[in-house]
Design a binder for this molecule. Structure first.
Ligand code: ATP
Ligand code: MG
Length: 412
């Protein structure tokens, strides 16, 4: 991909309202652009990362027996009246009317729609269990949209729902999803802690949050310095230095960004919305539900927060928008251009390559490259005539002058 064809407007200064490092960098690197408060366009570089995260999410969920579907963002009030949430949800719900004055909302979450879908199908234990998910834009009129994609009013979420015949099956799915989330965040290059939490708005028995440790996080995590025990401090009340409830260790505090959230919903929606099935014993019973959210756009934000300095991003290999950034210091005529294009083509056989073919000073190119944060860098300078380029692995810091065959091998 040629950088001259890429819409990646880098900025010298971050927008005034950008308070945290990741927001500043994402705006400056041309990953996102604000359209209104809490509402963003994902520009090509940012969107490539989103797509990489989504691919990881899909792979980990599909191989564990769940299937993807897509539900409407626009939802009729009737369903929300059935669950009781039209009245209960409050001003965070984006409400609107159609031309016939009928009420609708823009989905902040999809328990109502999915319960209505499944109740019309899963009338027997023979059709259960089910694990269904979608990746979709959600709408919430947050009181304080901030930190870029961290708390948006329109954001991308993966939401998955399980439907079981009994609590043991729900428990089994819950553990499967916990594993899936652990794998997803690990593959995205994010270190997370699993934190037990209360069930808040949605209601139900048990819940866990997946937190990325970060100073800009809005939650306080009380975690053990010895074992894996961790809780949301707001609910556990554990203070620094308290003995760990599960081992001989002691409690520490840290800030965290919630990137995922899993709930055992139980029968809250199936009872209120009449989603019953006939069990093996011939009895009619409510479906037992679990719901599992993962903030795709917030994960992007958290990844930048965790993998950056004040002036540059450094993408984990798994989600980077491009693998290799090729930077010619100067173009010297047609033959030179062709030789560079040939090198790029060769590398593109197994890597995503961004070629900085812009007519810019080398200082500008390097500054932008640091900002954009592609892990492998190939600088084409004077030694290119002798078939050599300067290769930098920004993840390890290793830097060397190498010939083109060695480069191609290195990037295999
Ligand atoms: P929070 O406490 O941060 O408001 P929540 O409990 O409302 O989150 P859920 O309803 O469980 O979140 O949504 C699932 C996931 O969607 C969250 O774990 C988070 O990653 C993401 N998410 C929630 N609200 C937003 C938002 N306003 N902007 C971006 N991502 C969000
Ligand atoms: Mg919320």
């Amino acid at each position: 991909m040629k950088q001259t064809l890429l819409y990646a407007p880098t900025l010298k200064e971050a927008p005034k309202d950008a308070e945290v490092k990741s927001h500043k960098l994402m705006a400056r690197a041309g990953l996102i652009k604000q359209t209104a408060s809490g509402i963003y366009s994902y520009l090509p570089l940012g969107w490539r990362v989103i797509r990489n995260i989504e691919t990881i999410v899909r792979e980990e969920l599909d191989k564990r027996g769940s299937s993807e579907l897509l539900m409407p963002a626009l939802q009729p009030r009737d369903l929300w009246d059935e669950s009781g949430r039209w009245a209960a949800y409050g001003p965070e719900l984006m409400r609107l009317k159609d031309r016939k004055e009928r009420d609708f909302c823009l989905g902040p979450t999809h328990e109502e729609v999915i319960t209505a879908l499944v109740r019309d199908y899963a009338d027997s234990y023979k059709k259960l269990p089910l694990a269904l998910y979608q990746i979709q834009t959600k709408f919430r009129d947050e009181m304080r949209p901030r930190f870029g994609l961290m708390r948006g009013r329109e954001f991308i979420m993966k939401d998955l729902y399980t439907f079981s015949v009994n609590h043991d099956d729900l428990e089994a799915w819950y553990q499967v999803m916990k594993e899936a989330y652990t794998a997803i965040f690990k593959r995205c290059g994010l270190e997370t802690k699993i934190v037990s939490s209360d069930t808040g708005q949605i209601g139900g028995d048990e819940a866990d949050e997946f937190m990325v440790m970060s100073e800009v996080g809005e939650d306080t995590i009380a975690y053990c310095d010895t074992c894996d025990a961790a809780s949301n401090q707001e609910f556990s009340g554990l203070e620094i230095g308290d003995p760990c409830p599960e081992c001989d260790g002691f409690i520490k505090h840290a800030k965290g960004i919630e990137v995922g959230n899993i709930f055992k919903l139980g029968t809250k929606y199936s009872e209120s919305m009449q989603a019953y099935f006939t069990d093996r014993d011939g009895k009619r019973k409510p479906l037992i539900m679990g719901c599992y959210g993962l903030g795709i756009s917030r994960t992007l934000m958290a990844a930048v927060e965790q993998h950056s300095s004040e002036s540059s991003i450094l993408w984990p290999k798994s989600i980077t928008p491009f693998d290799v950034h090729v930077i010619p210091i100067k173009y010297k005529g047609e033959a030179h251009v062709e030789k560079i294009d040939a090198l790029v083509q060769r590398l593109e056989s197994n890597k995503a390559v961004l070629l900085d073919d812009r007519d810019e000073r080398v200082g500008v190119k390097f500054k932008d490259a640091d900002l954009i944060g592609i892990p492998h860098r190939v600088v084409i300078g004077r030694d290119f005539e002798d078939g050599k380029v300067e290769y930098t692995n920004r993840l390890t810091g290793e830097k060397s002058l190498i010939d083109l065959d060695t480069l191609a091998e290195l990037l295999q």
